[in-house]
Design a protein around this ligand. Structure first.
Ligand SMILES: CC(C)(COP(=O)(O)OP(=O)(O)OC[C@H]1O[C@@H](n2cnc3c(N)ncnc32)[C@H](O)[C@@H]1OP(=O)(O)O)[C@@H](O)C(=O)NCCC(=O)NCCS
Length: 219
């Protein structure tokens, strides 16, 4: 298992994971995922596992059989030639982010600029929407872990790795996200503070603003 930066090459795996993890009203569309990866690929992380699709013996590595639920997520295009066994990487979890000038997540930051395919954040005709390249708040729009590997610490690893990378590179001052009430305790125990009820209308459910201020002293 390893943590890695996600790029637009990972978009299809992210879309599959997103669709598995969230009900329709709460998931990001393929376009939003592509836009966010394109704008901020360095700030979006994944946890991947290498698997050997055709190998079920006593290998020290995990086989595809270890993650039966994940078979459809395997990227079989990453095979190695000749003496190496075929291998695939599976996206076990992702965290997809944009930057914001607001201290908490808002609907404008979650929106997709209509000209996203042709313009970058700097060129768009809709500067109030989507990613703000100079923002000092990292907004997590999606944290998702494949159902078959939940409760093994993948999400915690992603959150820690994200904070560590942000501190190391002094990219942002804080990490913000919104969550439903049932996950407030989970995020509190991972360093986030509950700010209060969010103004975000996305998905038509009540959200709480959660923020983790980053201290560079302990980077
Ligand atoms: C929430 C989620 C990302 C956690 O991933 P994970 O890899 O299983 O998380 P970890 O193993 O690091 O930690 C598991 C913790 O999450 C908590 N948790 C997960 N789902 C929960 C739920 N629906 N309600 C309450 N707590 C939940 C577990 O109780 C556990 O808490 P503890 O370790 O403090 O006891 C994962 O369950 C998921 O993808 N869910 C669907 C998508 C989602 O809701 N994403 C969050 C959007 S804000």
């Amino acid at each position: 298992m390893y943590a890695t930066t996600l790029t637009t090459n990972d978009a299809e795996a992210c879309v599959l994971l997103e669709n598995e993890a969230f009900p329709e009203n709460l998931r990001a569309t393929r376009e939003k995922i592509l836009y966010r990866l394109r704008e901020n690929s360095g700030l979006c992380l994944g946890i991947k596992a290498t698997v050997f699709p055709n190998h079920h013996s006593s290998t020290p590595y995990r086989t595809m059989a270890t993650f039966p639920v994940a078979v459809k997520f395997a990227d079989t295009t990453t095979r190695r030639p000749s003496k190496f066994q075929p291998r695939s990487s599976i996206l076990l979890g992702h965290v997809i982010c944009t930057l914001s000038e607001s201290k908490v997540i808002n609907d404008a930051g979650m929106a997709l600029p209509p000209d996203w395919e042709t313009a970058t954040s700097y060129q768009t005709k809709y500067p109030e929407l989507g990613n703000k390249p100079l923002g000092r708040t990292l907004c997590i729009h999606s944290l998702a872990v494949l159902e078959g590997v939940r409760d093994f610490g993948v999400a915690s690893l992603l959150l820690n790795e994200l904070a560590k990378r942000m501190k190391t590179h002094d990219v942002v001052d804080r990490i913000a996200l919104i969550c439903e009430g049932k996950l407030v305790k989970f995020y509190q125990s991972r360093g986030f503070k509950k700010v209060g009820e969010s103004d975000v209308k996305f998905g038509g459910v009540p959200w709480f603003d959660m923020v983790r201020e980053l201290s560079y002293l302990d980077a």
